[in-house]
Design a protein around this ligand. Structure first.
Ligand SMILES: Nc1ncnc2c1ncn2[C@@H]1O[C@H](COP(=O)(O)OP(=O)(O)OP(=O)(O)O)[C@@H](O)[C@H]1O
Length: 235
């Protein structure tokens, strides 16, 4: 992102924002509620377009790419949302395969099983609807669905925010393993500083629509950029 500003109407929520995410890195993003994290994420997959500045994905200016194709090439997992409530687990995942042009039913069934396996879910859940799953299982289905089109980039907006501590720790471990195994570039928003420090190769701290610090966790701990970051890491 180069010098990106974004406004909802007259309200500017990102101000001359610069960010370079490295290929294959796990970047965590943390900051107060309303500081513009989700807005920044939505600018990466062209759900929003910058008011000023340029967003490049894999070197290409997103205003010059096909937005639907771009969105399909980027996995997007969000907290508590995103699954179609009226569809089974199988149909939720197969839907992404179908809209990506993979129409062979047999092959899709096989791929759905592979994806379930990848995120540690049992085959017996295939015919259940999201409301018949636990929170952790729903998040896993959300991740499986986001991975269905074999993206190289995953955007994750507080995917584990609603999970209990034990499930959350398990999911964190599994996500790190997936990141490594699939060579994914991950941008992961969290409210939890411990989660940000544990998962991120680098951590981006945002405040009021600005990037305050972007560094490896150990550097942030040793050299917080200002009092805001100091306060954030103090507990
Ligand atoms: N569709 C919208 N229309 C108007 N204002 C919006 C809209 N979406 C977000 N905002 C405002 O923009 C600001 C940034 O929102 P954003 O969702 O990016 O923040 P966030 O850091 O992700 O917050 P949270 O951690 O609470 O999810 C907030 O003040 C929010 O109220």
């Amino acid at each position: 992102m180069e010098d990106v500003s974004y406004s909802y109407g007259k309200k500017e929520v990102l101000h001359h924002f610069n960010l370079h995410v490295k290929e294959g890195e796990f970047l965590t993003v943390i900051g107060c509620s309303g500081c513009g994290k989700t807005t920044m994420l939505k600018l990466i997959n062209a759900l929003l377009l910058p008011s000023l500045g340029t967003v490049y994905v894999q070197g290409r200016d997103i205003t010059k790419t096909d937005h639907i194709a771009l969105r399909r090439s980027i996995g997007y997992a969000i907290q508590n949302k995103g699954l179609f409530p009226h569809m089974t687990v199988e149909d939720n995942i197969a839907y992404v395969l179908t809209i990506s042009g993979q129409k062979n039913k047999k092959q899709n069934q096989k791929r759905v099983l592979e994806l379930l396996n990848l995120v540690g879910l049992e085959e017996s859940l295939l015919k259940r609807r999201p409301s018949e799953l636990s929170g952790g299982q729903q998040q896993r289905v959300g991740i499986a669905r986001a991975l269905a089109a074999k993206p190289k980039i995953m955007l994750m907006d507080e995917p584990f925010g609603a999970l209990d501590e034990i499930t959350r720790k398990m999911m964190q471990k599994e996500l790190l393993a997936l990141h490594k195994k699939l060579g994914l570039t991950v941008v992961f928003i969290t409210h939890d500083i411990r989660e940000a420090m544990k998962l991120g190769d680098r951590v981006l701290v945002m405040d009021q629509g600005r990037a305050i610090q972007l560094d490896k966790p150990e550097v942030i701990l040793e050299h917080p950029a200002n009092a805001f970051v100091q306060e954030l890491i103090s507990d």
